[in-house]
Design a protein around this ligand. Structure first.
Ligand SMILES: NC(=O)c1ccc[n+]([C@@H]2O[C@H](COP(=O)([O-])OP(=O)(O)OC[C@H]3O[C@@H](n4cnc5c(N)ncnc54)[C@H](OP(=O)(O)O)[C@@H]3O)[C@@H](O)[C@H]2O)c1
Length: 287
């Protein structure tokens, strides 16, 4: 099976490519340097030459503040490029797996969201990702759209932004106090996410799925857990969710429930605590 992976050097893309290679598949990793997804003719030309059996799209403009400042770019990457990939996959009879986000929801449902809940994005990122989801599902019957959330992974390529876990590790050496808000979600390691995405795409259970680690927590509780596990002395203080000013509206409770995966018998995601321990071990922080 030939699998072309866009966004292959991102957090998720890096772990996904490793998983595909471990599975012995013919993997074609693609970065923005190979092809910019906003360049539709180049992408079409490339895919028609590659003739992949599966296209996996881990690429996105997911800096939420940047999406607010550059809505046209957010639309081009998160909606139009996904629409173009799904159209091409449909024409080539290829599977498409594209990643979406908890930010398609408005965050007002405290008990968590299933695939049956109605999206209601409250910022440009969420609007553009939801539009991409809809095109992906409409253009190609062999599409998986997978919403996930609050990712952290080992990829630290090309000076990319530090993920939350690494930020806490860093600040716990530099500061006495860490202030953290209490937005509710399930932090999800990209290593286990990549393995579960691979299982899903080997199936023919197409459609929309939620895929995040099990169990809801808050960013504050997550930070506390990291600090406890590494035995750091830093004080972790909860602050209101609007404590750090942002240029976008932020959904406050976006815990995703993996209902669709459970119904398909394909929910093998670990708890967020187990995923965190695995990550800290992989980073050499825990034995
Ligand atoms: N990170 C999260 O917490 C989170 C939460 C929910 C959902 N998601 C979704 O999960 C997926 C993976 O996220 P991630 O955290 O792995 O993101 P990431 O580390 O930023 O990776 C995204 C990749 O997309 C590439 N990219 C951006 N614009 C592109 C373009 N025009 N053409 C080709 N490649 C382009 C980026 O390249 P450059 O860096 O070189 O621009 C980067 O390699 C995305 O769909 C995201 O929306 C992420």
């Amino acid at each position: 099976m030939r699998i072309a992976v866009f966004g292959s050097d991102g957090q998720l893309g890096t772990d996904f490519v490793a998983t595909v290679k471990q599975g012995g598949q013919d993997c074609v990793p693609l970065t923005i340097e190979d092809v910019d997804l906003t360049n539709a003719p180049r992408v079409e030309d490339l895919l028609r030459k590659l003739r992949p059996d599966v296209v996996v799209n881990c690429a996105a403009l997911h800096d939420v503040g940047q999406c607010e400042e550059k809505p046209a770019l957010a639309t081009a990457v998160n909606r139009d490029a996904v629409g173009m990939l799904s159209r091409l996959c449909g024409e080539m009879d290829a599977k498409l797996l594209t990643i979406s986000t908890d930010y398609v929801f408005d965050g007002t449902k405290i008990e968590g969201y299933t695939e049956d809940d109605s999206p209601n994005p409250i910022n440009q990122y969420g609007v553009s990702k939801l539009a991409g989801e809809r095109l992906a599902l409409a253009n190609n019957p062999k599409t998986f759209v997978v919403r996930t959330q609050s990712l952290y992974g080992v990829s630290q390529l090309r000076g990319k932004k530090t993920n939350f876990v690494d930020l806490v590790l860093k600040l716990s050496k530099e500061r006495d106090e860490l202030k953290v808000d209490q937005c509710r979600m399930a932090p999800t390691g990209t290593a286990c996410l990549a393995e579960n995405l691979y299982q899903l795409l080997c199936s023919d259970r197409y459609g929309l799925y939620h895929m995040s680690c099990q169990g809801a927590t808050t960013w504050y509780e997550f930070a506390r857990k990291i600090v406890d596990l590494i035995g750091a002395k830093i004080r972790v203080t909860p602050v209101p969710n609007d404590f750090f000013p942002k240029n976008f509206r932020r959904p406050e409770n976006t815990y995703l429930i993996n209902q669709g995966l459970a119904h398909a018998g394909l929910d093998f995601m670990p708890s967020w605590e187990e995923s965190l321990r695995h990550y800290l071990t992989a980073r050499g922080v825990l034995a």
